[in-house]
Design a binder for this molecule. Structure first.
Ligand code: F1P
Length: 342
């Protein structure tokens, strides 16, 4: 292998500082919503790859705050005429794209515009086609990345949209994120790296519920992109309904701690009984101390109504360490390009 993912690692550990800078600009009003989503009957968030999972995460967040929001993959908008039917409702599409250049997104947005949607675009790339074409562009420069894998672009765009559509209580919780990120990186990096090497894991499962489900999907994608391994992500307890048949000693299960501890602990015990290794991430991760192999706590504050961007950092670090264990360079993943155009 040539290269040890230096660029990717630098961008991964830069997240707390990027978030702090972004939160500073959000507080000062320098970054503001270019349009009021409250004026619309329906909001459709769309993106591809990580940006699709981000669309799911933000749609979930907005729904819990009273908006009628839905997340969808750009390709579904492009391919399914139902998504672009004309109806008599005020509709806003929020296109999400780090590069602002993904073909599906640009084509999907054109169709949505023809169907009567107003278009907001969020991107980390200044002057990108998506931002130029949007009625309401929003640039999050702190999320800009030179690496291929989406890390701080994902968390920065998530924080921005959470802040801009959240309440005062939400914003107070978001302000704690830079410290939470630093604690995970400075305090737990060695534990996570060691854990990634403790067994020759060859199966990677990510479980989460509610706001954590999109984060589980994104965590699984990090394993695919960085460690060039297959991964699975499920709604937490759904793991018992078939997927657990494949679990064995080579299986890593990362569980985003459940809001209901009784069900969470019961699932954790089942996972361990299958022989898999278990990592738990979340505000009450310590409750899993006696069951899990590794618990990564996070400060409370986001409550049960928000997936914490900081919860992704341990999963990103695990994927990075696994990539190196398997001899892959996260700066140059096989078969992937930074932008998919056609
Ligand atoms: C979306 C994306 C990335 C992925 C890959 C190709 O990009 O799917 O998530 O890492 O390299 O593109 P974008 O539309 O957000 O720029």
């Amino acid at each position: 292998m040539s290269g040890n993912g230096e660029l990717t690692w630098a961008e991964l550990i830069s997240q707390p500082e990027a978030w702090a800078a972004l939160i500073g600009r959000l507080k000062s009003g320098d970054v503001a919503l270019p349009v009021d989503p409250g004026e619309y009957d329906e909001i459709l968030l769309l993106g591809s790859g990580s940006s699709y999972y981000l669309a799911l995460a933000v749609a979930d967040w907005m729904r819990r705050r009273g908006f009628s929001a839905r997340g969808v993959a750009s390709c579904e908008v492009l391919l399914d005429p139902y998504e672009t039917r004309r109806i008599d409702r005020r509709r806003l599409a929020i296109g999400i794209s780090r590069s602002g250049r993904s073909s599906e997104l640009l084509l999907a947005v054109e169709k949505l515009r023809d169907a009567g949607f107003d278009i907001m675009g969020i991107s980390c790339s200044e002057g990108s086609e998506q931002l130029v074409q949007a009625d309401f562009p929003l640039l999050i420069g702190e999320g800009h990345e030179d690496g291929l894998v989406m890390l701080r672009s994902f968390t920065s765009m998530l924080i921005a949209l959470q802040w801009l559509t959240g309440s005062g209580v939400d914003r107070a919780a978001l302000e704690k994120l830079p410290d939470a990120g630093r604690a995970a990186i400075d305090g737990r990096e060695a534990d996570i790296r060691d854990f990634a090497h403790v067994r020759k894991f060859d199966r990677f499962v990510f479980l989460g519920s509610g706001p954590d489900y999109p984060l589980a999907l994104e965590a699984g994608l990090k394993i695919q992109e960085m460690a060039i391994a297959t991964s699975e992500a499920y709604h937490s307890l759904d793991y018992r309904h078939g997927p657990k048949a494949c679990a064995d000693k080579g299986t890593l299960v990362l569980l985003f701690a459940l809001s209901d501890q009784k069900h969470g602990l019961s699932l954790a015990r089942d996972v361990k009984a299958l022989g898999a290794a278990l990592m738990v991430v979340g505000p009450d991760a310590s409750a899993y101390d006696k069951v899990a192999d590794l618990c990564i706590g996070l400060p409370d504050g986001m409550g049960q109504d928000g997936g914490s961007p900081a919860a992704l950092v341990p999963a990103q670090m695990f994927a990075f360490a696994t990539a190196l264990r398997l001899g892959h360079n996260p700066d140059a993943p096989a078969n992937l390009s930074k932008v998919v155009t056609f």
